[in-house]
Design a protein around this ligand. Structure first.
Ligand code: SF4
Length: 389
């Protein structure tokens, strides 16, 4: 794709009452984790030139996107950036776009990077939501995953974040690790609950064959938990967190009330427009999705040549949008608004899928109430296959 404008985008604010979100991908990590399949580089040396390119990329979208009400620094590890670099990035955002006065500004962070001085600087810069990649409160599991931080650092980072004034704190955790007993996961979950985060993301470990963990798995060093065990982990997590006052609002996400649900991530699930900047970042506007080069080198070289660093684009047909809305809706507690299917996607979903919905209701996987179709806890556990039933 040569440029987004070349395929005729209208300004986001003209065609969509929903305010878009801005995602900024920081493709740097100090050390690669053994399970990680994301693109990132481990040298800090390219950060200054990357930031220059990022600021240029912002100027390329001036006019296509005017207003954002969320900014999400993801990665990679955004907390490898110094406070001055984050300040420069936020200044560049404000120079090129409008930000709502109550914008949610999230930064993903590694516990090993967080001390009180750093966290206070972030808070003073306007970062108001911190997502800490804790992954586990078990030292052995952290080592197995190849994480570079300790349990002590994770606990300290959470405490220091509170002292720095963060009142919207999220923790990422991973379960379903080879050899992990349910009691061990329960210990991590209970420790997380005791630290009172406003948000928890609990992901099932996926092991890609080309990662260090994947290779060890391929050589037979360990095997992954069975589907039945993964299901038990999922159900136990949902039950325990909901009993502790968290809303299980998406397959992997829990919030202390919907006021603490990630405003930014929800945009991905209901076709709200978003702009993704940086290597590998995806964007969506109207019925178009496009994505940037994964490699930092290619990303930098495109921008140096004055082009948007876009690797590919797709224009989604009405049928594809319907399918996505269905698939994504089934991953959320809110579910699918039947009226929206008709008005947004010209889709009489009940007429088309009514028969399979009766079966899914009988199996206890979905409910249809008050104009919404939504998954039960069992349905959420099986949401990937639910959309195919
Ligand atoms: S910190 Fe995150 S992005 Fe970086 S290597 Fe580890 S899992 Fe991957």
């Amino acid at each position: 794709m040569q440029g987004v404008r070349s395929i005729g985008l209208m300004k986001a604010k003209e065609i969509n009452v929903k305010i878009p979100g801005l995602y900024i991908h920081i493709p740097f990590c100090i050390k690669k984790c053994d399970y990680c399949d994301f693109y990132s580089v481990t040298s800090r040396s390219a950060i200054p030139v990357f930031l220059e390119a990022l600021f240029k990329e912002m100027t390329m979208y001036r006019g296509d996107f005017d207003l954002f009400d969320t900014v999400y620094f993801g990665g990679g590890t955004p907390s490898v950036l110094r406070p001055e670099e984050i300040q420069d990035a936020l200044n560049a955002v404000r120079r090129n776009f409008d930000l709502s006065s109550n914008a949610e500004i999230t930064l993903e962070a590694n516990p090993g990077d967080l001390d009180l001085a750093y966290l206070t600087s972030l808070r003073n810069l306007g970062v108001n939501r911190l997502n800490i990649g804790v992954q586990s409160f078990n030292e052995g599991i952290l080592r197995f995953l190849g994480r570079r931080h300790s349990v002590e650092q994770a606990v300290s980072a959470i405490e220091e974040a509170r002292k720095a004034g963060f009142d919207n704190l999220g923790l990422d955790l991973i379960y379903g690790i080879p050899g992990q007993k349910k009691t061990l996961w329960l210990e991590t979950l209970n420790q997380a609950i005791s630290l009172l985060p406003e948000h928890l993301s609990c992901y099932q470990l996926t092991v890609e064959p080309h990662t260090p963990l994947g290779k060890r798995c391929g050589e037979g060093e360990f095997s992954l938990p069975s589907e039945d065990l993964q299901y038990e982990f999922f159900m136990m997590t949902s039950e325990i967190l909901e009993d502790s006052g968290y809303v299980h609002y998406e397959v992997s996400n829990f919030a202390k009330g919907m006021g603490f649900a990630s405003r930014h991530n929800q945009k991905y699930w209901d076709h709200t427009p978003y702009l993704g900047l940086g290597p590998a970042a995806h964007s969506f506007l109207n019925n178009q999705r496009w994505w940037n080069h994964r490699s930092v080198e290619r990303y930098l070289s495109a921008i140096e040549n004055g082009a948007k660093p876009i690797e590919g684009t797709e224009v989604l047909s009405l049928e594809q949008l319907q399918l996505e809305a269905f698939y994504l809706g089934l991953r959320t507690k809110k579910g699918i608004c039947i009226q929206d299917c008709s008005t947004k996607y010209s889709w009489d979903i009940l007429a088309e899928k009514g028969k399979s919905f009766v079966e899914l209701q009988e199996k206890g996987l979905i409910l249809i109430e008050n104009g919404f179709l939504y998954p039960t806890r069992n349905g959420l556990a099986l949401s990937d296959s639910l959309a195919l039933m």
